[in-house]
Design a protein around this ligand. Structure first.
Ligand SMILES: Nc1ncnc2c1ncn2[C@@H]1O[C@H](COP(=O)(O)OP(=O)(O)OP(=O)(O)O)[C@@H](O)[C@H]1O
Ligand SMILES: [Mg+2]
Length: 379
């Protein structure tokens, strides 16, 4: 990936009606990068995109494009195009004319318009659809038209705000692959917005995790998953057991009533910390005296593994294992030092609890609602 900074947000703040929506945000976006803003509803993702697109003016801070400050540049002069979740196509125009619309406005020669539109229809898998009206297309096909229409103007940057939100799961997966392919083929920088963590991890070069108008973490999908900076990121990305712990000394963490060898260092002696253990990093072993053990409260078959909930000293852990264990039995558990991830305490410490009320549907809903919940708790 080319590491040249293309867009830089510096100290961006924005309030609506006295409510801070973006709080002193700094972000660098590199040329040809696929970068994703990820976070719960209301955290400021769309507002950030709108500021980059020029549809919203920040109260403080600067936006730079290729080193030039562009705060005062109107949207149509920015080398940026947007695909919205509601991709309003012109209903009375056919596919070809929808895609050609912007080029005709800029008075390009007819042959050039034709060449570019054909190329884009090809690229987005819409060859042969030229004469179809939007109302005769499936959701996925309409979305492709919206993408073709945005790309045909050859922007340096494409802003995509939950562009797949309206599609069903299967189509969504197909379109994720399509978008990656199109991004590679065109070399255009994609700034993508989603609240779906799986989508963010699978598509992006870089993920920006946001909560309450602040960036929590910027990193590759692997970094974000393996090294979350705080309990918010650990909870939002994937499944995690988040426990209160004490860093007894370098390479020695105490949690769940036991002391474990770990790889982390540099904390104060006996510093209170948050510990993250991913469900796939706990091994089921025979029960040992003085070892970690717990009682299985539920077992769910997931195809290639079992998801079990285990009660360890009253705290319910989620564990993924390929060995069947029976509900209500007591099992031994073992955790390798490098599977223990230690985090500083933060404003999000203690917010997420254990897996006692877990169900997949609930988990999905709570991902969407995390911010509102947090505000209620704070009151
Ligand atoms: N024009 C506006 N006037 C008043 N409040 C606004 C305006 N635009 C956004 N907000 C508020 O700013 C906050 C952040 O909104 P934003 O649309 O950026 O969130 P988001 O992260 O995109 O959420 P979602 O995932 O639901 O789309 C919300 O509380 C929203 O109500
Ligand atoms: Mg939004």
């Amino acid at each position: 990936m080319n590491k040249d900074v293309l867009i830089r947000l510096s100290g961006i703040s924005k309030s609506f009606d006295g409510e801070t929506v973006l709080d002193n945000m700094d972000l660098e976006i590199h040329d040809k990068e696929f970068i994703t803003l990820l976070g719960p509803s209301g955290c400021g993702k769309t507002t950030t995109l709108r500021i980059i697109g020029g549809f919203e003016v920040p109260d403080a801070g600067d936006v730079f494009f290729d080193g030039q400050r562009i705060n005062d540049l109107p949207p149509y002069k920015r080398q940026v195009n947007t695909v919205f979740q509601r991709y309003a196509l012109f209903p009375h125009l056919n596919v070809y004319d929808n895609v050609a619309f912007g080029l005709r406005l800029s008075h390009l020669p007819k042959e050039e318009v034709e060449k570019r539109v054909k190329e884009m229809l090809e690229m987005t898998g819409l060859r042969g659809f030229d004469a179809r009206k939007p109302s005769t297309l499936s959701g996925g096909q309409q979305q492709r038209v919206a993408i073709a229409r945005a790309l045909v103007n050859q922007p340096r940057v494409l802003l995509l705000d939950e562009p797949l939100g309206a599609l069903d799961l299967k189509l969504r997966k197909d379109m994720q692959n399509e978008l990656k392919r199109i991004q590679h083929a065109t070399g255009i920088t994609f700034i993508y917005v989603t609240h779906d963590q799986e989508e963010a991890l699978s598509m992006s070069d870089t993920v920006v995790v946001m909560s309450r108008g602040k960036i929590q973490q910027i990193g590759t999908p692997t970094d974000i998953y393996n090294e979350p900076v705080n309990a918010f990121v650990a909870d939002f990305i994937g499944e995690s057991n988040i426990l209160d712990g004490i860093m007894v000394a370098d390479h020695k963490a105490k949690f769940a009533g036991k002391t474990f060898a770990c790889v982390d260092e540099g904390f104060d002696k006996n510093e209170p910390v948050d510990i993250v253990i991913r469900p796939e990093d706990v091994d089921v072993v025979p029960v040992k005296k003085n070892g970690l053990s717990g009682k299985v409260s539920s077992v769910t078959f997931k195809g290639d593994y079992y998801e079990i909930i285990v009660d360890i000293n009253g705290f319910k852990w989620m564990i993924e294992t390929s060995d069947y264990v029976a509900p209500e039995t007591t099992i031994g558990l073992s955790i390798e030092p490098d599977a223990i991830h230690v985090m500083k305490k933060s404003e999000y410490s203690g917010m997420f609890g254990d897996y006692s009320t877990f169900s997949e549907e609930m988990d999905h809903l709570s991902d969407l609602d995390t911010d509102e919940d947090a505000e209620e708790t704070a009151e």
